[in-house]
Write a protein that binds this ligand. Structure first.
Ligand SMILES: *Cc1c(COP(=O)(O)O)cnc(C)c1O
Length: 502
């Protein structure tokens, strides 16, 4: 299977090249030229596989220049019981909300307590193997822009991985105290963490610019290094996410919630559009999905896009209690538009250029209709997010984080608007303890909150009895290692300095 850039169909690379490089030189994103087809018979044969077995099957269908042994090794090393706390790294929790079944796909049992671990525990293995195949002896420099969770998950995945260095940029005021602490206490000899004055979009634009500046790439080349990406612009991030949508569907069948072949809806709390896009690829492969429910917070640029076909990032940016979705430029939408426009690289490039220059584009009526047929967009604000956490906790004794609550709230709206009772899987993307302050204030009914983050964690545990994940509990006693803050225009200099090649 070969991959090409969404902005230039003639830029064709192998699977390992797409992973090693991360992003195409022209700024486009790598996409597979065709998708494997999973018909009902294929899915039936997969019913008896465990998570690792499903992962191996999916990876081998996409990574055609990897051997079975290589894929085996990557999967076995990534999804261990030790790292994910159980044989199934992505279990379903069957709950009810407002009288409707909600099947919550818990994607946060990994080492950093957010769904990013599902991909970032395996990406370093995929990347080091890709580098061996494609880049004779060069070290990979992983540049990351994070809205909070990717940064930590990437640091944890890449720490002390041979022939890699990792530099993470996060918005100084745009992450939760727990997220900041997770990153600033990161161990490892090959890691750097730096805050920027700006929001996530500024960080992402800055990183993309560094990637596509030839002068900087030349300096790295001379020093036997190359850039790569651990953001969801890297195909190696998306592929592992396809796996859990297929696995959750098979779990729904195995637990008798649906029959094989029945359709499900999926609900995904969305920021950069990576997670929901993975479910769309699973659908294109043959997974029976009826609707993709794209849940946003007050930064509802996607809600508007889905209903109008106009993407317009020129709007107020809100800092919310679901910070990992505080994003106005959803990078992976580019891959959806490329697919829905019939693999049209020219028009995709045109839209992305308009986004860069005027911050806005309008897709064709055909693409708009294709989007609104498959996708439903909705959003909720912070108050509704907290109400949802409180109600879920009251009714089901189930504690969900702020991002998951946005998804549950939007799903509730969707059901009351449409009456659609198709069985539904809701992606739960983080542990509630990553966002203790907001979660605590939602369930403690107006009581005064303690000041320190870890006192809030303890109080939340005391009130709810929900176990504190060990990786978060242990942060309390760790020393902070990083405190750099730079302006966005200083990012290139910072990178060269950190690499010692200025
Ligand atoms: C990253 C993240 C999201 C958004 O996922 P995208 O793939 O960027 O759409 C949602 N919730 C949490 C907790 C996250 O960390």
């Amino acid at each position: 299977m070969l991959y090409n850039s969404t902005e230039n169909r003639n830029e064709v690379v192998s699977a390992s090249q797409s992973i090693a490089q991360g992003i195409s030189k022209d700024g486009g994103l790598f996409v597979p030229q065709s998708l494997p087809e999973y018909d009902i018979k294929t899915l039936k044969n997969m019913l008896s596989l465990d998570y690792k077995g499903i992962a191996k099957k999916v990876f081998s269908d996409f990574l055609s220049d990897f051997t079975a042994e290589e894929i085996n090794e990557c999967v076995e090393k990534a999804y261990t019981v030790e790292k994910f706390g159980g044989e199934n790294p992505a279990p379903l929790s069957f709950k009810k909300y407002n009288g409707n079944d909600v099947n919550i796909l818990e994607l946060w049992h990994g080492p950093t307590c957010a769904f990013k671990d599902m991909a970032l525990q395996i990406l370093p293995h995929l990347l080091t193997k890709s580098l061996k195949k494609t880049n004779d002896g060069k070290d990979a420099v992983i540049l990351v822009a994070t809205s909070g969770d990717t940064g930590k998950a990437a640091l944890e995945g890449f720490k002390d991985v041979e022939h890699t260095k990792i530099i993470v940029f996060y918005p100084e005021l745009g992450v939760s105290p727990m997220q900041k602490r997770q990153m600033n206490t990161q161990e490892g000899e090959n890691v750097r963490v730096c805050a920027i004055e700006g929001n996530f979009d500024d960080a992402q634009t800055g990183v993309k610019k560094i990637f596509t500046t030839p002068e900087i790439s030349d300096i790295l080349e001379k020093n036997n290094m190359m850039f790569s990406s651990a953001n969801s612009i890297n195909w190696g991030r998306l592929l592992p996410q396809i796996v859990y949508y297929i696995a959750s569907y098979l779990d729904m069948v195995n637990s008798g919630k649906i029959a094989l072949g029945d359709k499900i809806n999926v609900v995904v709390p969305t920021g950069n559009f990576g997670n929901i896009l993975a479910s769309y690829y699973a659908f294109c492969m043959g997974l029976p999905i009826n609707k993709f429910i794209c849940a946003s917070n007050s930064n509802n640029v996607l809600t508007d896009f889905i209903s109008t076909g106009v993407y317009d990032k020129n709007r107020q940016f809100y800092t919310t209690i679901s910070p990992s979705m505080d994003i106005l430029v959803s990078s992976n939408l580019e891959r959806l538009l490329y697919k829905l426009s019939g693999d049209n690289d020219e028009i995709t490039k045109e839209w992305m250029t308009q986004l860069k220059t005027v911050g806005k584009y309008e897709v064709t009526p055909e693409v708009r209709d294709a989007v609104s047929k498959l996708f439903y967009g909705g959003f909720c604000d912070d108050a509704q997010t907290k109400e949802t956490i409180a109600k879920m906790y009251r009714e089901e004794n189930y504690l969900c984080d702020t991002h998951t609550a946005v998804a549950v709230s939007v799903y509730d709206k969707y059901v009351s608007e449409t009456g659609d009772k198709t069985p539904t899987v809701i992606a739960s993307t983080a542990s509630p303890y990553k966002f203790s302050k907001a979660v605590l204030s939602a369930v403690s009914e107006g009581k005064e909150l303690p000041e320190s983050e870890f006192d809030m964690v303890d109080l939340l545990n005391k009130i709810t009895g929900v176990e504190i994940p060990a990786p978060l509990a242990s942060l309390k006693d760790k020393k902070s290692r990083f405190s750099d803050v730079v302006k966005t225009n200083e990012m290139p200099d910072y990178v060269l300095g950190a690499l010692g090649v200025k």
